[in-house]
Design a protein around this ligand. Structure first.
Ligand code: AMP
Ligand code: MG
Length: 543
C-alpha cells in the first residue's frame, strides 16, 4: 500500500481512549494483585523487557490503523508493541471482568496479562483498541506472572489473522514480538517446567468488552457500573440502537441483547463451517461484539469428529467439544441475560431473545451449509435429513473435514455420469481425504457412494449452473486452514530462531479460498507423526 496522507508514523498516531475517559477507573494506582470494585479498569504500565525484536506483523492491520511502517521504524515498533515504549497519547490500563469457567462462577478474572495501550482512530472514524498480551502482571494476574510464551503467541497471532481472512468474525493481531526473555512454563501441568522464549502479541479490536465484563458488576450487585458499562457499549459499539441524547431504555437493552444473540449465532455458525474449536468458551472469552477472542488451546478439526476437544483441561467433560459449541454459546448468552437482567427487570423479552438464538443459529448454519454444498438455498424439509446423513457418513472412516468439503466440488453431479459410475469411481475425487484407507471397506464405500448419489440428485434439482455451484463451494470451503500440525511446525522452527514459516503461513492463510498450487503442501492432511504429538492433537491452557 502506498503512503497516503491519512497514514501516520508511529510517533504521530492519533489516540482517543474513550474507554478510559468515560468509564470509572480503579483509584489505586499500585500494580498489586487484588479485588477491584466499582471500576472498569486499572491503570498499569507494561513491564519493560530486555531485548524486544519484531518477529511478524500483519500488513492488513497496519493498513486498518493507517500506520506507515518503514523498515527504519521496525525497532521502534518492537519497542512499542512489547510495551517498552509508551507513545504519546497512549493511556495503558488493564480491564476488570469476571466469568464462568467450565460452567462455574470464577469471580474476578480480568485478563491477567492483557494491557490496553489506547484506541487509535483512523480516517474512517473507526476506533481500534490496541491490547498487548503478555506484557507483565496487572492487578488481575491472580497467581500468574502476566507473561506469554512464543508458542502460544505464534498461535494467537496466526490464527487471528487466518480467521479474519476466512471471513470469521474475530479480534485481529497486529504484531508478534519476542521479548528476549525466558519464561518458565509447565506445559502439561505435570511437573516438568521448562524455560521458553517470552513473546507479546498486540491484538486489535473495536472493543475488548466480554460477557464477563457485565457479569462482574452483576455479581457484585453494582448496578450503577453495570449500567454505565452497558450504556457505554451501546453508545459506541451499537450506535444504531442509541437514541441521540436519550439514556437507553428497557427496550434499548432488550434490542441490544437480541443483537448480541444474533452476532454470537453468526460467529458460531462460522466456526462450525470452517471446523474451528475454540477450546475454552468461558464467559470471559465471549466478546460482546460476537468476535472470536482469546486464542488459547483452540484447534482445527482434522478428521470430522463432533466430540473432539483440543483442550487437555477439557478432556474428561468435553464441555467445549466441537459439536457442543452452539449450545455452549447459548448457555453463555443465558449468563449474560442474567447479568443484565437488572437493567430490564423483565425475563420474558430476554427469554424470547434466547429462543431466537437457536433459530438464528440454524438460519446461519443452513445458509452456510447450502454454500458448502453448492446449493442456492437450504430446503429444510429435504436437506435436514440429507445433511444429517452426511455428518454420519463423515464418521464412518476418519475423514478430513476441510479436504472433504473442498474436494466435493470435484464430484460430478451429472445424472448420466453418476448413474454409470461404480462406487469406486464416484469416490475417486475424494481418495485423498481419508486418513486410513483400511477403513474404506466395501460397506463403507457403499454408504459414502449412496450419500453422494443422493447429494448429486439434490444438487441437480437445485438448478444452479456447474459454475455457480463451484464458485459457491470454493468460497465457503477453504483449502487452507491453520492446521494444528502446521502451527506446531512454525512454533518448532520459531523456537530455533527460524521465523520463516510463521511469515509463510501468514502469507498462505491470507488467501484461504484460492488454489495456490505452489503452496499445496500447506493444505495436506495431518501427517502421521502429528497424530498424538502435543501441540498438534493436545493443547493445554498453559501459555
Ligand atoms: P483464559 O482461560 O485463557 O481466558 O485465562 C483465564 C484467566 O487467567 C484470564 O484472566 C487470563 O488472562 C489469566 N491468565 C492466564 N495466564 C496468565 C498469566 N501468565 N499471567 C496472568 N494471568 C494469566
Ligand atoms: Mg480469557
Amino acid at each position: 500500500m502506498s503512503t497516503t496522507t491519512s497514514q501516520h508514523g508511529l510517533e504521530s498516531l492519533p489516540f482517543e481512549n474513550r474507554f478510559a475517559r468515560e468509564l470509572p477507573a480503579d483509584p489505586i494506582s499500585e500494580n498489586t494483585r487484588r479485588q477491584i470494585s466499582e471500576a472498569c479498569y486499572s491503570r498499569v504500565l507494561p513491564t519493560p523487557v530486555t531485548e524486544p525484536s519484531l518477529v511478524a506483523y500483519s500488513q492488513e492491520v497496519l493498513d486498518l490503523l493507517e500506520i506507515n511502517l518503514p523498515e527504519s521504524d521496525h525497532q521502534l515498533f518492537a519497542d512499542v508493541f512489547s510495551g517498552n515504549r509508551i507513545l504519546s497519547g497512549m493511556d495503558p490500563f488493564a480491564m476488570c471482568y469476571g466469568g464462568h469457567q467450565f460452567g462455574n462462577w470464577a469471580g474476578q478474572l480480568g485478563d491477567g496479562r492483557a494491557i490496553n495501550l489506547g484506541e487509535v482512530v483512523n480516517s474512517r472514524a473507526e476506533n481500534w483498541t490496541l491490547q498487548l498480551k503478555g506484557a507483565g502482571p496487572t492487578p488481575y494476574s491472580r497467581t500468574a506472572d502476566g507473561l506469554a510464551v512464543l508458542r502460544s503467541s505464534v498461535r494467537e497471532f496466526l490464527c487471528s489473522e487466518a480467521m479474519y481472512h476466512l471471513g470469521v468474525p474475530t479480534t485481529r493481531a497486529l504484531s508478534l514480538v519476542l521479548t528476549g526473555e525466558q519464561v518458565m512454563r509447565d506445559m502439561f501441568y505435570d511437573g516438568h517446567p521448562q524455560l521458553e522464549p517470552g513473546a507479546v502479541v498486540c491484538r486489535v479490536a473495536p472493543s475488548f468488552v466480554r460477557f464477563g465484563s457485565f457479569q462482574i458488576f452483576a455479581a457484585r450487585q453494582d448496578l450503577v457500573n453495570l449500567r454505565r458499562l452497558a450504556d457505554y457499549t451501546i453508545r459506541h459499539d451499537f450506535p444504531h440502537l442509541d437514541h441521540a441524547d436519550d439514556t437507553p431504555t428497557k427496550e434499548t437493552y432488550i434490542a441490544w441483547f437480541a443483537e448480541v444473540c444474533k452476532t454470537t449465532a453468526e460467529m458460531i455458525a462460522h466456526w462450525m463451517r470452517v471446523g474451528f474449536v475454540h477450546g475454552v468458551m468461558n464467559t470471559d472469552n465471549m466478546s460482546i461484539l460476537g468476535l472470536t477472542i482469546d486464542y488459547g488451546p483452540y484447534g482445527w478439526l482434522e478428521d470430522y469428529d463432533p466430540d473432539w476437544t483440543p483442550n487437555t483441561t477439557d478432556a474428561t467433560g468435553r464441555r467445549y467439544r466441537f459439536g457442543q459449541q452452539p449450545q455452549i454459546a447459548l448457555w453463555n448468552l443465558l449468563q449474560l441475560a442474567n447479568a443484565i437482567y437488572p437493567l430490564v427487570e423483565d425475563a420474558k423479552p430476554l427469554e424470547a431473545a434466547l429462543d431466537d438464538y437457536s433459530s438464528l443459529f440454524k438460519e446461519s448454519w443452513h445458509r452456510m451449509l447450502a454454500q458448502k454444498l453448492g446449493w442456492a438455498h437450504f430446503r429444510p424439509d429435504t436437506d435436514d435429513s440429507l445433511t444429517d446423513q452426511l455428518f454420519s457418513v463423515l464418521q464412518l472412516a476418519e475423514t478430513d473435514m476441510t479436504l472433504f468439503f473442498r474436494s466435493l466440488a470435484n464430484v460430478s453431479i451429472d445424472a448420466d455420469r453418476v448413474d454409470a459410475a461404480s462406487n469406486d469411481q464416484l469416490l475417486t475425487p475424494l481418495r485423498d481425504v481419508f486418513y486410513r484407507h483400511e477403513q474404506l471397506t466395501d460397506e463403507v464405500q457403499g454408504q459414502i457412494a449412496e450419500w453422494l448419489r443422493a447429494y448429486a440428485a439434490r444438487s441437480r434439482a437445485d438448478g444452479s449452473t456447474p459454475e455457480e455451484r463451484r464458485v459457491r463451494m470454493l468460497s465457503a470451503n477453504p483449502k487452507y486452514v491453520l492446521r494444528n500440525y502446521l502451527a506446531q511446525m512454525a512454533i518448532d522452527k520459531a523456537e530455533q530462531g527460524d521465523m520463516e514459516l510463521v511469515g509463510k503461513l501468514l502469507d498462505v492463510l491470507r488467501h484461504p479460498y484460492d488454489d495456490q498450487p505452489e503452496n499445496d503442501e500447506f493444505s495436506a492432511k495431518r501427517p502421521d507423526w502429528a497424530r498424538h504429538r502435543p501441540g498438534c492433537s493436545m493443547l493445554s491452557c498453559s501459555s
